[in-house]
Design a protein around this ligand. Structure first.
Ligand SMILES: O=C(O)C(=O)Cc1ccc(O)cc1
Ligand SMILES: [Fe+2]
Length: 443
């Protein structure tokens, strides 16, 4: 039996320069720092915007001492941590995660809440899962939390499974609250990000099926068809001039919080979707392969932040220094695009200013035959430029007006806008990069 997930709790970033990312998250992306854990061996900071929570942990570098997670035989005592009958962990290094010795900045843990960590652990172990941290209890004055860390089959991605139903604190035991959550009303109005919409993995060719089966078998994920014509085995394939991409998506459902929900309102609600991106052969250098090279393993390529107003969010972020990818200017002047944007109630110039893309999904209501405006659904998206030093991880803003999937037009335009940037960057850098800085694929 699969271990069903209650909901996404947070996503972990492991970075060498915590100050830089902390600054960017607060001043550019308008997240609020709300909890910290500072020890002499580790710094972990939690940021929130709506229900979207990032936990930023300092990544051990060559100069810093080796993490004990990777050193069997060493144990540490910590008054609040009880690894109990199970194995050693190093609570001093990185709580609620493993502290990877990773050579580049990375987003490598998607933490889910579950009902019962022990039960999930047993079920997953039975299915052959590899655990990096066995069920471990942590407590402070706010209560008790149990967690465990499982390794996924996607590169360095791990999943922390956590039960915080017996915890009343702001974040997690071991973390100190930082002031109060202090986003101003004005900021929430101009930047209404509410949650994580989707997580996109970059994977090597021909691995999608394996990844999908893993998530289906272990966590009960289900296939989400991106396109009505999509082939079950092949996924959604775009193979044309300049684009060679295979996308496959999965979803799971949030469970209601235990104990407070009546059966009548206990309706299934999808949580964050997972998208798997593979490049197709013979399309030359592309963003998926570049991620695999520079990240040195498959992993999380981007995260979609859901916003209720993409225009004001992009505007506020751009004003604070966020750089977005833009499609070619002809995108907004193509025959029909202007009308399409206006029909959606937007101004083409405003979208063009920050490179926001719009897709229309002509949804055919089974009860109605006419393609009237009532059954037009829209999807608006924009990608930021990579946020680490390498061309790896980036963020996306996404606003859904009825559309639940990913539009073909947007996917093509997003792909092309990233391609154009990479080709330019590559052109600009020709001859500048010394041979030592050329990354070699090691996956
Ligand atoms: O459309 C989206 O938001 C996706 O997540 C699809 C996607 C995935 C990977 C790319 O390099 C470009 C587009
Ligand atoms: Fe996306």
């Amino acid at each position: 039996m699969a271990a069903y997930l209650s909901r996404l709790h947070h996503i972990s970033l492991h970075v060498s320069n915590v100050e830089k990312i902390a600054n960017d998250l607060v001043s550019k992306f308008k997240f609020n720092l709300f909890a910290t854990r500072m020890t002499d061996r580790s710094r972990q900071l939690a940021f929130r915007k709506g229900a979207a929570v990032f936990l930023v942990s300092e990544r051990p570098t060559r100069r810093s001492p080796v993490g004990l997670n990777e050193q069997p035989g060493s144990t540490h005592t910590y008054p609040h941590v009880n690894a109990g009958k199970t194995k050693r962990v190093d609570p001093l290094r990185c709580l609620y995660d493993v502290s990877p010795h990773y050579s580049v900045d990375t987003v490598s843990n998607v933490c889910f809440e579950v009902d019962n960590v022990e039960r999930s652990f047993e079920a997953l172990r039975h299915l052959g899962c590899n655990f990096l941290v066995p069920p471990t209890t942590v407590q402070d004055e706010g209560g008790v939390v149990t967690y465990s860390v499982v390794k996924s089959i996607v590169g360095n991605v791990c999943h922390t499974l956590i039960d915080r139903t017996k915890y009343e604190g702001n974040f997690l035991p071991g973390f100190d609250d930082v002031g109060k959550d202090c986003s101003s009303e004005e900021e929430d109005m101009s930047c209404p990000i509410t949650h994580f919409d989707h997580i996109t993995y970059a994977c090597p060719r021909k691995t999608t099926q394996q990844v999908m089966r893993w998530y289906e078998r272990l966590f009960g994920f289900q296939r989400f068809f991106i396109d009505s014509e999509e082939d079950v085995e092949e996924g959604f394939v775009i193979n044309q001039e300049g684009i060679g991409l295979r996308l496959t998506a999965m979803e799971y459902w949030k469970c209601s919080k235990a104990g407070i929900v009546l059966p009548s309102v206990d309706k299934k609600e999808p949580d964050c979707k997972f998208v798997i991106a593979e490049s197709l052969p013979e399309q030359g250098t592309n963003q998926v392969d570049t991620f695999l090279e520079e990240h040195r393993a498959p992993g999380i390529q981007h995260i979609g932040l859901y916003t209720k107003n993409i225009v004001s969010t992009a505007h506020a972020m751009a004003g604070a220094g966020v750089q977005f990818f833009s499609p070619p200017p002809t995108y907004y002047t193509k025959v029909g695009k202007q009308q399409e944007i206006e029909a959606a109630g937007h101004n083409p110039q405003m979208l063009a200013q920050h490179g926001i893309l719009l897709d229309t999904d002509l949804y055919q209501d089974p009860l109605s035959q006419k393609a009237s405006s009532e059954n037009r659904r829209y999807l608006l998206q924009v990608f930021t430029k990579p946020i680490f030093a390498e061309d790896t991880f980036f963020l996306e803003l996404i606003e859904r007006r009825g559309a639940t999937g990913f539009g073909e037009g947007n996917i093509k335009a997003l792909w092309r806008s990233v391609q154009a940037y990479m080709e330019n960057e590559r052109g600009d850098c020709q001859g500048e990069r010394s041979p030592e800085t050329v990354h070699i694929a090691q996956y």
